[in-house]
Design a protein around this ligand. Structure first.
Ligand code: FAD
Ligand code: NAI
Length: 469
């Protein structure tokens, strides 16, 4: 095989592409990966999961120093924010991790190309590299993992300074006094938390009648109440209809079913109304590769495009939740399928997390979905307020809800709002992966005192037999 011939080429080095490439190389396939951006890691590592979590962590420390430590008898005077240092720390976390991905490519002997990939035909990809060098790569299989990009509103074009997408919201050079967030979904809630903790007055303008998109409704209602106590303002059932971008401020015009005003003046607007699959200049139209109405590449259960059985697509660019771990699992599955194994993803157990304070984490079906599908279920809930570890931590808001089948007791969904929910949900994912029942959770050891005991109590409460309350 020549240097430019491969068994498989991944287009895009995000969690889908780079994890898939590693698995393919592990399985002995001659593998290459093409990335248009300077660094590897995709949205997640560069402008997504990782920088947002770094900022959430730092802003949490700042808020704790201002409002929480005093409760522990720790008096700190003169707490000051150094925003440039906070942002530099975030950039360093990103740099270390993206370099880590480059290192992993080398370690696994994956050939890397830095440039824009265009699929020329079923087996050839042209890469436009620096200095307009355009090598042609030949491959048995192509995996498209080109991810997604923020959706813009026609009257609010991103300048990434005053009208920002999530990318601009990760690097604001000053804390805005007034910030509007259009869309109270995952990005809005996380980035809103960051800037609110650093001092912004944050107002959400949300089209739907609830926050958090499709997440469990009662869990979201409880979460919204907690966030309102933190100072967030929510205008639900609200449609932003236009905007006047002035020198010093932005005037948003809106129609609301929950608020009598019709305009809001702010310093920065974050538009977080969802993301769209990214397939620009990839050559798909020329090849006749079909997209669905949402612009996602259509694939079958083996991630193959119907027209070309050797062209696959994974991650944000296909249907399903736009989550890094979903993209990763699909990367692994496609590599295993290419190596003749039974690659498979269990979409019933993809966890979803909102990394705010408190956190929200859920897996499986919501109560609304169960009702819609006429699945009989029992629900067990338990609050953090009765948990010793939550008390010691000083954070007792929130609850765990376990949903189990009425006849078989099989766990169908778990929804948590509370401290460290992102870590707690792992237990529920494993239990569901093993086809476990609420009783399995309830009868398993949970170290005392831990927050995880709230999961056990909620599981016991499916059968109305919680012990601690
Ligand atoms: P991407 O990560 O988008 O990677 C695609 C890559 O393909 C990019 O690097 C792009 O440059 C490259 N590319 C595109 N076209 C070409 C081309 N023609 N040639 C060469 N290269 C190309 N998910 C979570 O699970 N947890 C989180 O906490 C989380 N936080 C997030 C926070 C924010 C602010 C955002 C925006 C997203 C977050 N996500 C999170 C979502 C997560 O980032 C995505 O689901 C994930 O990155 C998708 O992975 P992917 O590999 O499909 O695509
Ligand atoms: P989202 O789909 O989570 O939320 C968008 C929100 O905007 C919804 O509540 C929707 O009703 C609302 N909306 C849509 N159009 C609107 C309009 N015109 N006016 C007002 N509201 C409107 O999308 P978001 O937050 O942009 O995130 C994009 C993706 O990134 C998500 O799919 C998510 O999975 C992923 N992500 C994941 C994170 C995590 O796992 N912690 C963190 C950040 C992003």
């Amino acid at each position: 095989m020549s240097e430019m011939q491969f068994d498989v080429v991944f287009i895009g080095a995000g969690p889908g592409g780079y994890v898939g490439a590693i698995r393919a190389a592990q399985l002995g396939l001659k593998t290459a990966i093409i990335e248009k951006d300077k660094t590897f890691g995709g949205t997640c590592l560069n402008v997504g999961c990782i920088p947002s979590k770094a900022l959430l962590e730092s802003s949490e420390h700042y808020a704790a120093a201002q409002h929480e430590l005093i409760k522990h008898g720790i008096e700190v005077e003169g707490v000051k924010l150094n925003l440039p240092t906070l942002l530099e720390r975030k950039d360093k976390v990103v740099k270390d991790l993206t370099l880590g991905v480059s290192f992993l490519m080398k370690k696994n002997k994956i050939t890397t190309f830095n440039g824009w990939a265009r699929v020329v035909d079923a087996h050839q990809i042209e890469v436009t590299m620096a200095n307009n060098i355009k090598p042609l790569i030949t491959t048995q299989h192509i995996v498209i993992a080109t991810g997604s990009a923020p959706i813009e509103l026609p009257f609010l074009k991103f300048d990434e300074k005053k009208v920002v997408s999530s990318t601009g919201a990760l690097s604001l050079s000053a804390v805005p006094k007034r910030m509007a967030i259009i869309g109270a979904g995952v990005i809005g809630l996380e980035m809103g938390s960051v800037w609110s903790r650093l001092g912004s007055e944050v107002t959400f303008l949300e089209f739907a009648d609830k926050i958090g998109g499709t997440m469990d409704s009662t869990t979201m209602a409880q979460f919204q109440k907690i966030l309102m106590k933190q100072g967030f303002k929510f205008l639900l059932k609200t449609k932003v209809t236009g905007a006047e971008i002035k020198d010093k401020e932005i005037l948003l015009k809106y129609e609301s079913q929950t608020d009598s005003s019709t305009s809001l003046a702010v310093d920065v607007v974050l538009v977080a109304v969802g993301r769209k699959p990214f397939t620009e200049k990839l050559g798909l139209t020329e090849l006749g590769i079909e997209l669905d109405k949402a612009g996602r590449i259509l694939v079958n259960e083996h991630y193959q495009t119907p027209k070309y059985k050797n062209i696959y697509a994974i991650g944000d660019v296909i249907q399903g939740p736009m989550l890094a771990h979903k993209a990763e699992e699909e990367g692994v599955a496609v590599a295993e399928i290419l190596a003749g194994q039974a690659g498979h993803v269990n979409y019933n157990t993809v966890p979803g997390v909102i990394y705010t304070w408190p956190e929200v984490a859920s897996v499986g079906m919501t109560e609304e979905q169960l009702k819609e599908k006429n699945i009989p279920y029992n629900a067990g809930t338990f609050p953090f307020v009765a948990n010793g570890r939550a008390k010691a931590l000083g954070f007792t808001e929130g609850q765990v809800k376990v949903l189990a089948h009425q006849n078989t007791d099989k766990i169908l969904g778990v929804h948590i709002v509370g401290p460290r929910a992102s870590e707690l949900i792992g237990e529920a994912v494993i239990a569901m992966e093993f086809g476990g029942s609420a009783e399995d959770l309830a009868r398993s050891f949970h170290a005392h005192p831990t927050l995880s005991e709230v999961i056990r109590e909620a599981a016991l409460n499916v059968d109305k037999r919680a012990r601690q309350m």
